[in-house]
Each structure stands twice: as structure tokens, then as C-alpha cells.
Design a protein around this ligand. Structure first.
Ligand SMILES: Nc1ncnc2c1ncn2[C@@H]1O[C@H](COP(=O)(O)OP(=O)(O)OP(=O)(O)O)[C@@H](O)[C@H]1O
Length: 654
């Protein structure tokens, strides 16, 4: 109940706030419901204060009433008794003049009293306002507004329930537990096993294809471990529908990772009823897609499996028509092209059983239309669990297993989290069980060398490089030379041709750069593979190029990262063969960078080997101890070099 105001001249008037909005009522109701002790104490205290103030107000009110009555009465009576005479009957006797003056006096007195009353009334109103504003208490337990504000601050207003993001919740849980990254499953690099002795057994046709198409009967370490592990899970999964985990595989360049994932995929998918997309293999570049596609065609010879490569060589529509007519079981694609198809034609991925990401670190570093989120999101949406977690459908539904591979696998959990891995198994093929920040593996039969040449000679870099090659007869054949740019590659190849044209030793120089057309590239690679010579290239060729014939690699210009170093030198010593890698450092700056690249924090696992130095010396300094490269540049050499530079300049300028 609100306190009421009173009319000094009569009856009550409604309180100023009596009609204030209902929210006050609500607040008080809410406060009453609050079981908080603090609130009750405060309400009690406030009640006492309010009671005191109300009492004071009542007193004022009664004083005021008394005052009005008494003053009015006293003043009038006093004046009247002083000025009026009464008759015998007690009636007042007065003249008309007297009557008028008395009337005036009464009016004056009345107005005085009225003014005094109004002043008091005003004071009373002020007090009442104070009480109502401060307290506004109408019932026993009501809390003041300030207290309500405090309560609101500590107890948040109820919010509407947000829709639960199940993916997000499960991802948070997964990210919390990255224990698996710290516990890799290590396997030595020298493990070998015959394909026909695998457990579970591989199909006869597959083993026979490996022999006839690839000429191999024994599996490499990564194949022994990955194939058997996936095959066991697939076989078990036929009886036990519980999903098995994903795989992250870290093995050196040229260790045979391609067959390590292709063999279990083909084995698992070979018996199909209706062709549906059941495997997607992603590779970062078109040449790599081609390479995997061709390997897959050889491996599946005689199988009833349809394979398609999506690699942006033709229009999206034509490629899609081919896709529709082909009914592929396996797609090999670059991520960007696959996302193009998904967004334009909405591929059905509900039956997808394998997603393979080759060269994963490179693909995860590049967003390619946000491929990872788009693809993984689509797979999850199409293979989503039934609401009822125990439902029969959930137990026997198709689940996509992810197989992620690289020689330089990232352990960056933020990047890996985009793949939304499920119970991941980390397989590391490595001779030492040493976990480093990044998982960088070098081939076990690779030897690394560096040559530190004074910066003052950097003008003669091409000439020194040529002399270095010609100085050792086994370095003019099947060598891959990396430069930092297209321009350097083109210039160096032409300059080497000009410089060696007068030499007794003929050097065959080939060049591939980003301007080389695909058909021409294929021709050059074929020639290089068969006839040898040296091939000058950029980092474009640092990944995936697979020629067992490459005997050595030279970093003519140093790479920009350790990762690129691993992939460049990994073009040799492939498939357990021998190989050598040479890095040229011109001056202290280059040498510091080289040390950073190859020794930084023990990032690279080089199978317990060292990086050897080749000393750059003058001919008269030859000691014969250790590796040395002796060179004296005479005036003739310099003149010849200058003339070749002149010819090159003329050719360029036309
Ligand atoms: N079991 C095997 N026996 C002999 N050669 C093999 C075997 N498995 C694979 N190879 C050969 O090894 C070479 C390298 O294989 P692959 O391209 O799969 O290596 P990789 O690990 O994927 O290398 P990178 O990381 O550089 O791409 C290929 O020429 C392949 O034919």
C-alpha cells in the first residue's frame, strides 16, 4: 500500500506515486520472493526507518491539524472576546462598522493561519516525497530500490536458452585433450615386410598389381605400419560398429606414403554394390594430383572401381559432366577445385569413408576458399548422428576416417583443429623417439653438405657453381638445382649453357619454371629422367616430384624455410636409395641463415647424421683431409665470364 498525502484543508488526496507503473509492484514482489538473508535484514532495517519517518510524519500531521484548528480558534476567539460586547442573552452587540472591521480581522487572521498552514503543508510534502522516493515501502518484506539494483547486479537476469552447438562443444573437448600429440607411435625406418604376409591379408589381385605394375613385393616401414593398422580397424569395424580413429602419418620424403594410404583405401572399397563417392584424396598441386591419379589407376587395374581427378584443366561444367557420367568411387583433387564442385553442384558425401590429405602441412597453411571448414563441415553435416545417441542408425552408419600425411607435419593444434580429428593416432616413422615442435623427417640415406664461399666472390656465383659441378664427375648427371625465382632459374640455365659451351665436359642444362606449359614440363621431366643432365627449377618442383633417378639436389639459392629445405632435399634419396644435398652459402649472412634453417632447435630429424662442410680453398691449400673444393679464378676465367654475361645481356635486350 502506498503512503497517502493529506489535504491540509480537508480530505486525503491520492499519493503522487500511487499510480506509478506496475514495475514497482513487480520489483517488490520479486524482492519478497528473494530468500536472501541480506535482503531480509535490509528490508527489516528499512522498515524500522520507514516506521520512524512515518511516525514523524503523523506527528507533523497532527501538529499541523492542531495548529490549524487551535490557531484559527484562538486568534478568532481572542479578537472577538476583546472587541465584542454581548447582550443580556449573551448575544453579541455591535455596529455595522464594527461588524465590518471584525470581518476584515477574521479574514486577515484566516489568511495568516492559511499561510502558516500552507508552509507546514509544503514542508510535510517535502518530507513525504523524501520518504516515498527513498523507500516506497508498502509491505513488510519489501526491499528498497537501491537494494534491488544490487540484487540485479549479482544475480543476472534470466536469458533465453541458446541453441546448443554440438560440433563446437565436442571440438572444445577434443582440443582440451591433445595428449595424442605427445604420444606418437614410433616405428623405425628400416622395417620391411612382404605384402603377401600382411595381417589382415591383402587381396591377391592387389598384391599381384603391386608386383606387376610397380615391381615391388616388400613394403617400406610406413606402409607396413599404416596399411596394417588401417586394415585391422576396417576389418574390426565390420563386426564392431564403433568408429575407429583418424590417422596422422609423419614419414620422410620418398618413404612411400602414397602407397601407404592407397593400398588400404583400395582394399576397403574394392567390393561395392552401388558406386558412390567413398574416398576423397587431396593434394596441393595439379602435378601431384596427376601423380596420385596415375598411381591409383595402376594399383586398381582389374578392379571395379571408378576414379576421377578434379584439377582445373577444363571448365567446371565439363568436369562435372564427366563426374556424373563416371560415378566415381574415388576422387583425387586439389582442395580449391573440390570446393568449387561442392559449392556449385552439391556433391553427395554421405557415403564418404576416407578423406586423405597428402602434403597436409601445405594444405593446412593455405586456405583455398576455406576448403577445410567447407569440406569437413559438409561431411559432418551429411554424416550427422541421429538425435538419439543409442539409436540403431548411429551404430551402423558410415563414418569418414581421415588420413593426414606429410614429411613436415605440423603439430599446431589450432591448424589441426580445423580437420576435426576423431581419436587421432599419430604414426611417426623415425629412428629416434624424439618429439620435436614440428615433425620434420629426412630420408635415411641422404647426406647433407654445405659450402661457405666469401661474399666478395658472389658476382661469380654462376661460374663458381659450374666449376663445382665439373670438378666432380658424378655431379653432372641427374641433379636438381633450386633457385629462388623464375628469373634466376632462366638466367642461370642460359648462363650455364653459354659458360659450358667452350668446356670439354658437356653439360646438359634443362629449366622448368612457372611459365613453362604443362605439356612442355612433362617433356622436359621425361628427358631429364631418361637422359640425365641438370634441371634448374624453383620451389614449384620442391614437393611431390618423384623421380628415383635424381642423384643430388643443390640449393643454389637457400630456401626460405626449414620446411622448404626438407622438401627440396627430399627429391633425392627416395625409396630408400642414396642421395646427396648441397647448399651454397655466399658470405656470413647466407651462412647464418643456413645454420638457422638446418640446425634450428633440433627441428629436423636427420637420423643421427651430421651436415658436412665442404671447405672452399685455393688450389695451393689442398690438404686432402675431408671434403674440399679448390678453386683459383684466373683472369681468363673472369674474361670468359664477362663475355658470357655480355652475350646474355644481348639476348635479353634483343
Ligand atoms: N615398397 C616399395 N618398394 C620400393 N619402392 C617403393 C615402395 N613404395 C613406394 N616406392 C617408391 O618410392 C617412391 C617414393 O614414394 P612416394 O612418392 O609415395 O613417397 P612420399 O613419401 O609420398 O614422398 P613425398 O613426401 O616426397 O611426396 C616412389 O617412386 C614409389 O614408387
Amino acid at each position: 500500500m502506498f503512503a497517502t498525502r493529506f489535504d491540509p484543508l480537508g480530505g486525503k488526496i491520492p499519493a503522487k506515486r500511487a499510480s506509478k507503473d506496475d514495475s514497482d509492484k513487480e520489483k517488490r514482489k520479486k524482492a519478497r520472493k528473494e530468500p536472501d538473508v541480506k535482503v531480509r535484514k535490509s528490508a527489516h532495517k528499512h522498515k524500522k526507518e520507514h516506521h520512524k519517518k512515518t511516525e514523524q510524519l503523523k506527528k507533523e500531521k497532527s501538529d499541523f491539524s492542531k495548529d490549524i484548528g487551535a490557531n484559527e480558534k484562538d486568534d478568532v476567539e481572542k479578537d472577538e472576546s476583546a472587541k465584542l460586547e454581548k447582550d443580556d442573552d449573551g448575544d453579541i452587540i455591535m455596529s455595522s462598522e464594527e461588524e465590518n472591521s471584525i470581518e476584515r480581522a477574521i479574514i486577515q487572521t484566516k489568511s495568516k493561519a492559511k499561510n502558516a498552514a500552507l508552509r507546514r503543508y509544503k514542508r510535510a510534502l517535502e518530507m513525504q516525497d523524501k520518504i516515498t522516493d527513498d523507500a516506497k515501502v508498502s509491505s513488510e518484506n519489501a526491499a528498497p530500490e537501491t537494494e534491488l539494483a544490487e540484487i540485479r547486479n549479482v544475480a543476472p537476469m534470466p536469458q533465453p536458452k541458446l541453441p546448443r552447438d554440438r560440433n563446437l562443444a565436442s571440438q572444445v573437448a577434443k582440443n582440451k585433450n591433445l595428449q595424442w600429440l605427445a604420444k606418437p607411435d614410433y616405428h623405425a625406418t628400416d622395417i620391411k615386410q612382404r605384402f603377401d604376409s600382411f595381417e589382415p591379408k591383402l587381396g591377391e589381385k592387389l598384391v599381384s598389381n603391386l608386383k606387376t605394375e610397380f615391381g615391388i613385393e616388400e613394403a617400406f616401414s610406413v606402409q607396413v605400419n599404416v596399411i596394417q593398422s588401417i586394415m585391422k580397424a576396417v576389418t574390426k569395424n565390420r563386426l564392431d560398429p564403433r568408429p575407429y580413429g583418424d590417422y596422422l602419418v609423419n614419414a620422410a620424403t620418398g618413404s612411400g606414403k602414397t602407397l601407404a594410404y592407397l593400398i588400404p583405401v583400395v582394399e576397403a572399397l574394392k567390393n561395392r554394390v552401388v558406386p558412390r563417392v567413398r574416398c576423397i584424396i587431396l593434394a596441393p598441386t595439379k602435378p601431384l594430383v596427376n601423380q596420385v591419379y596415375l598411381t591409383l589407376l595402376k594399383l586398381t587395374k582389374g578392379f571395379d572401381l571408378n576414379i576421377i581427378a578434379l584439377r582445373s584443366g577444363e571448365s567446371l561444367r565439363i568436369e562435372h559432366d564427366r563426374f556424373v557420367n563416371n560415378h566415381p568411387d574415388i576422387i583425387v583433387a586439389t582442395p580449391g577445385r573440390l570446393v568449387d564442385h561442392i559449392s556449385k553442384f552439391d556433391l553427395d558425401l554421405s557415403q564418404l569413408r576416407f578423406l586423405v590429405v597428402d602434403e597436409a602441412d601445405r594444405l593446412l597453411n593455405q586456405s583455398f576458399q576455406n576448403w577445410c571448414d567447407v569440406l569437413v563441415g559438409k561431411i559432418e553435416a551429411e554424416q550427422e548422428d541421429d538425435q538419439d545417441s543409442n539409436s540403431f542408425y548411429n551404430k551402423f552408419k558410415i563414418r569418414c576416417v581421415k588420413v593426414i600425411l606429410s614429411a613436415t607435419l605440423t603439430t599446431n593444434s589450432e591448424k589441426l583443429s580445423h580437420l576435426k580429428l576423431f581419436k587421432p593416432n599419430l604414426v611417426v616413422i623415425n629412428n629416434s623417439e624424439e618429439l620435436v615442435h614440428e615433425l620434420y623427417q629426412l630420408p635415411p640415406h641422404l647426406e647433407e653438405y654445405y659450402i661457405n664461399i666469401p661474399e666478395a666472390l658472389s658476382f661469380y656465383k654462376p661460374l663458381i657453381f659450374l666449376r663445382f659441378l665439373l670438378d666432380q664427375p658424378d655431379l653432372i648427371d641427374h641433379g636438381l638445382i633450386f633457385t629462388k625465382s623464375n628469373e634466376t632459374a632462366v638466367r642461370l640455365s642460359r648462363l650455364l649453357q653459354l659458360l659450358s659451351s667452350d668446356s670439354n665436359q658437356k653439360l646438359s642444362v634443362l629449366c622448368i619454371n612457372s611459365a613453362t606449359k604443362s605439356s612442355q614440363k612433362r617433356k622436359i621431366l621425361k628427358e631429364f629422367d631418361i637422359n640425365g643432365g641438370i634441371l634448374i627449377a624453383t620451389d614449384l618442383m620442391s614437393r611431390g616430384l618423384n623421380f628415383d633417378s635424381i642423384k643430388f639436389v643443390v640449393n643454389y639459392d637457400l630456401p626460405l624455410s626449414t620446411k622448404e629445405y626438407i622438401h627440396r632435399v627430399g627429391r633425392t634419396a627416395r625409396a630408400n636409395k642414396q642421395g646427396r644435398a648441397f647448399s651454397f652459402c655466399f658470405g656470413e649472412g647466407d651462412f647464418r641463415w643456413f645454420k638457422k634453417l638446418v640446425f634450428s632447435g633440433g627441428v629436423i630429424n636427420r637420423n643421427g647424421k651430421d651436415v658436412h662442410q665442404i671447405k672452399f680453398i685455393r688450389r695451393d691449400e689442398i690438404t686432402g683431409n675431408g671434403a674440399e673444393f679448390a678453386l683459383d679464378l684466373g683472369d681468363d676465367d673472369k674474361t670468359h665470364y664477362d663475355s658470357c654475361l655480355g652475350k646474355l645481356k644481348d639476348e635479353v635486350l634483343g
